[in-house]
Design a protein around this ligand. Sequence first.
Ligand code: G6P
Length: 610
Amino acid sequence: MCGIIGCIGDKNPLPILLDGLKRLEYRGYDSAGVALLSNNTLSVFKKAGKVSELRTSIPAIQQNITAGIAHTRWATHGVPNDINAHPHLDCKNEIAVIHNGIIENYHAIRTKLEGEGHRFLSMTDTEVIAHLIEEMIKYSGDLETAVRLALRQVEGTYGIAVLSSLEPDKIIAARKGSPLLIGVGKNEHYVASDAAAIVHYTRNVAYLEDGEIAVLKKDSFETKTIDNEDIEKQVHQVTIDIAEIEKGGFEHFMLKEIMEQPETLRNSMRGRVLLDVGNAKLSGLQDVLPTLENTQRVIITACGTSWHAGLVGEYMLEQYGRIPVEVEYASEFRYRNPIIKEGDVVFLISQSGETADTLAALREAKHKGAAAFGICNVVGSTIARESQGGVYIHAGPEIGVASTKAFTSQLVVLSLITLMIARQRGLSPEEGKKICQALLDLPDKVETILRNTTEIEAIAEELKDVSNVLYLGRGYNFPVALEGALKLKEISYIHAEGYPAAEMKHGPIALIDENMPVVVIAPKDSTYEKIISNIQEVKARKGIVIAIVNEDDTAIQSLADHLIRVPRTVDFLSPILNIIPLQLLAYHIAVKRGCNVDQPRNLAKSVTVE
Ligand code: G6P
């Protein structure tokens, strides 16, 4: 996720900014940059790669610097390179902007501004802010009003810091949806996206809220709403240590990433759900819509958790899009000379966009004439670059080796693709609107699950010493059973297997006795009655049943040993809710067993070898 630090005051800001960027590295980034103000002139240095590379690219003779802003970028629009790195400038190199978040209507703003003569250098959404401020200053005459007027025109999310040679005595910061705080020092003020960047210099901070703007000077700061009403800010003391701050106060990155899911789901949907027309808009697939409309067959290929997302995608696309779908492990696909016909569409799902087998599958699919589209998290990754189109999931950097938030965002993107294709193939606008609404409701429902984890922790305590766990699901939740089992084995080293619930009687049932915990995913969908029968089969053999059920479920209560309740949604979105308690269950079991949750033995985050 992008990081922001800015500083104005008596001390030389450059070492402070570079040090702050180092401390933001844990968030994940692909490029970094800095804007410095000295003798009323702006100088900007930016570099793809590490902060250390940025540091060496800055000439040693930087004197009389009075203020600066700096940024680590995690690409969302435009590949990671020097030009797309922040800060971005206006046409006259007088206004520098750094930005976290996504400007949804940047394309329309850019087109308008280009029509008015503005020159754009990068492919980013951020650059429009610099040019909009430049435009607004013509009317307002002052920087603060210009920033306010510019921000009124943008849709989406932002945490920004603005530095200008026109008014060198200030940094302007504003927030909507992306966190920002102000650090109060002695004869200096800071702005940062998280406290880790500045706690070495001050522990006194004021938090900006959405819709607020701050003007930082060397010896003062003031805050207003974006509508120009004054607000008083309380200054708080940050007491937690730096390691804690990096993990957002959570014990592990994996837990942080699980808890982030309401927000990451919102980010995956942002600007893409067209509620009023009951459709989805995915700009990365816009040019290939005819290919998608006419295809007779879809192949989804991936590895690990991404492959499980692909399995859910198969169920979705076949039910709503009425297209035959095959899902295959990338490692198998690449070597078995797959039959691919012209017009076939291949989706490659990969969080990292670098998995060697998935990349090889992409190349094989292209070689055989298929249209190959990536569904990736890391912008500018190899799979994203080599695909002929695709969709970014916008889940932000995932640091825990076991994938969590990327999985739910992959499912959101697959739902959006399904909706788009289904609408092309006859799904009514009314049905489309219901799906859109169900999608938009998901983040709040995930929040409900995350608010009450007491039962999950109690189950984890009971299961922490078992040797095997069986996970069962049907229909859309069969892949969830696979993913729940994968999470447990990856991080707790307990053997776990996922199975389609009805298949249990063709094998795993032989294992069931009073020592065998069986996690059953049993939402009230079209397979509900059948899965109750499967639970009864487990109970008849004295197995321990942990059931994931809907909030209003009454039938399973008397059968199961433990119940975890989740809100209801439409069938095909239920995996996005049902996986959350299973991620938490695996997490708590692993912690109780003393395992290294973020870096499990023998596993790698990005498997770039065969
Ligand atoms: C590794 C990771 C898994 C991930 C898989 C595929 O095995 O540990 O969490 O699901 O790779 O990675 P990708 O980046 O292609 O989604």
